[in-house]
Write a protein that binds this ligand. Structure first.
Ligand code: UDP
Length: 260
C-alpha cells in the first residue's frame, strides 16, 4: 500500500475498496488524519509518533488531497505560488492536478462500512466516548439498522482506566473511540496492547454525535461539494469558527512550509 506524508504524518494513498480489504488483517489501529489532527501533531511530537503507529491512515478532508499533490513540488516558494491556482482548479474539477491520494475517506463514512463489516463477520463492537447518552444512542441506532450486529457495549466514561476496564470486560472485537483528537488516539495507543481481544480500534471523532442524532449531518449536496465544514460552521458557529479558519488558512500554509 502506497503512503505519503503531510507534516510528517503518514497518510495512506488508498481507495475505499482497498481500505475495506485491510480490515481482515490482524489487529489494526485506524486513524483519520484531518487538518486539525495534522496541526496538533506539529506541536506534539508524541502525538505524531502515536499517529504514525496507525495501520490504516485515512485521508479525512479535501485539503489533504490538494496538499498531498502540491507537496510533490520540492520548492516551498513554488508550493506557495501554486496554492491558489491549485485551489481554484480543485474547486472546479474536484480533483488535484496530480493524484497522490486517490480519494477522501471520511471517518464517519468508514465507521458505517466498519459496522456493516462487523455485522457480516460476526465481530462485536464497543461504542466508547462522547457525553451523556450519545454513545448509547449510537449503539441503539446501529442495532436498529443492523439487527444482527453484536453489541459488546457502550460507555461515556472519560478516556481513563475506567474506560479501559469497560472495554476489557466487554471482550469486544472492535473499539470505536469518540473522544476527538488527540484524546482518542492517545487512548487507543495507551491501551491497545492490553486489549488483545481487539481486532480493530478506530478513532471516530464526532461521528457518534451524527449517528445518535445529537448533531445533524451535512446534507448530500454539502458532501458532494466538499463543504461539510461549511455545514458544521452553520450549525455550530461558535465551536467551529476557529477550527475552520485553522483548517482553511493555517493548515495549508503550515503544510507547505513544514512538510518535507
Ligand atoms: N469528547 C469526549 N471527551 C472529551 C472531548 C470530546 O467525549 O474530553 C467527544 C465529544 O463529545 C464529541 C467527540 O468527542 O462527541 C469528538 O469531538 P469533536 O467535535 O472535537 O471532534 P470532531 O467532530 O472534530 O472530530
Amino acid at each position: 500500500m502506497k503512503r505519503t506524508q503531510i507534516l510528517g504524518v503518514n497518510i495512506d494513498c488508498i481507495r475505499l475498496g482497498e481500505a475495506i480489504n485491510i480490515l481482515s488483517r490482524p489487529r489494526i489501529k485506524i486513524f483519520t488524519p484531518n487538518p486539525e489532527i495534522l496541526l496538533e501533531s506539529l506541536n506534539n511530537r508524541n502525538y505524531r509518533d502515536i499517529l504514525n503507529a496507525g495501520d490504516l491512515m485515512l485521508a479525512d478532508g479535501h485539503g489533504l488531497l490538494l496538499l498531498s499533490s502540491l507537496l510533490k513540488l520540492k520548492s516551498k516558494l513554488l508550493r506557495l505560488i501554486f496554492l491558489f491556482p491549485a485551489l481554484i482548479l480543485f474547486l472546479f474539477t474536484k480533483r488535484p492536478y496530480k493524484t497522490v491520494i486517490p480519494e477522501i475517506i471520511h471517518g464517519s463514512d468508514f465507521m458505517l462500512v466498519l459496522i456493516s463489516w462487523a455485522e457480516l463477520t460476526g465481530k462485536s463492537v464497543f461504542f466508547l466516548g462522547s457525553y451523556g447518552d450519545v454513545a448509547k444512542n449510537t449503539a441503539v441506532y446501529f442495532k436498529k439498522i443492523h439487527p444482527n450486529l453484536k453489541l459488546a457495549g457502550y460507555s461515556n466514561s472519560d478516556p481513563d482506566d475506567d474506560a479501559f476496564a469497560a472495554v476489557q470486560h466487554s471482550g469486544a472485537d472492535i473499539l470505536l473511540a469518540a473522544y476527538g483528537a488527540p484524546k482518542q488516539e492517545e487512548f487507543i495507543s495507551k491501551y491497545f496492547e492490553q486489549l488483545p481481544h481487539l481486532s480493530v480500534a478506530m478513532g471516530v471523532g464526532g461521528s457518534f454525535d451524527f449517528f445518535s442524532g445529537h448533531v445533524k449531518r451535512a446534507p448530500a449536496l454539502f458532501h458532494y461539494l466538499g463543504l461539510e465544514w461549511l455545514w458544521r460552521l452553520i450549525i455550530q458557529p461558535k465551536k467551529r469558527g476557529k477550527r475552520i479558519f485553522k483548517a482553511l488558512v493555517v493548515f495549508p500554509l503550515k503544510a507547505i512550509f513544514f512538510s518535507k
